[in-house]
Design a binder for this molecule. Sequence first.
Ligand SMILES: NC(=O)c1ccc[n+]([C@@H]2O[C@H](COP(=O)([O-])OP(=O)(O)OC[C@H]3O[C@@H](n4cnc5c(N)ncnc54)[C@H](O)[C@@H]3O)[C@@H](O)[C@H]2O)c1
Length: 248
Amino acid sequence: MELENTVAIITGSGNGLGMGIAKKMFAEGASLALWDIDFESVKRLAFELDHSGQRVLPLKVDITDESGVQSAAATTVDKFGHIDVLVNNAGISRHKPLEETTLEIWDAVIKVNLTGTFICCKALAPVMKKQEFGKIVNIASLGGRTGRPGVGVNYAASKGGVIGLTKLLAKELGPSNIYVNAICPGPILTDQTKQYPREVFDTWNAGRAVPKDGLPEDIGDAVVFLASRRSNWITGVSLDVNGGIFIA
Ligand SMILES: NC(=O)c1ccc[n+]([C@@H]2O[C@H](COP(=O)([O-])OP(=O)(O)OC[C@H]3O[C@@H](n4cnc5c(N)ncnc54)[C@H](O)[C@@H]3O)[C@@H](O)[C@H]2O)c1
């Protein structure tokens, strides 16, 4: 098992990719703090993974609320004693053409995807620095990497921002033995993507090299790698996990 004696926080883990990431990390032996604004969803998943409650802690957390994130970090340390991995997965989208993107829609997406990621990194960095070890995995997006049409300026900018933040933090936290990487998933059917018509979703897969839809668990496998000791000299990268839709 790749993640024995590892404690990981996964934000937005009650649904979609976060749930796939949680299942893969749990199967590799990690203990998990499942953070989500939707508490019922993480409570259900925690019970499904671990009836005893020993290895999984569900918490209601809004990642845009700095004091709430700090107190959830303290609760997580109290329960497990250390935090080795932070997976910044929680995110939202409101795809609109430029001229229909109101300031309100712009702010809402930037606040969760970019500011929320910043808040969680800031809250957990001191814990990891004290331990002199940590791994941060930020879930960015193909849209942030390529500026693919149709994903919305707010979404592309927020995820492009996550990629920039990842690079800078890799440099800033590297001396403390903290590794910071991003994953850029291609389109995967989840509650987030199901809000758009299926024909629109299909256009996002155009040109894909392999004839296979991506699953949340595929992102989970990539997170396990970046969270494990197998990636111990990798930092600051943005890993494309998209079936070859985009090949850099
Ligand atoms: N699904 C895709 O095709 C795809 C592709 C690339 C990147 N992503 C990214 O992957 C991540 C997960 O996306 P998904 O498709 O699984 O979405 P999803 O909507 O299925 O799940 C997102 C989860 O985040 C939670 N959440 C939302 N706002 C929150 C907040 N403020 N605080 C805490 N939790 C919050 C939701 O309750 C939900 O459980 C997002 O960052 C998304 O942008 C998704």
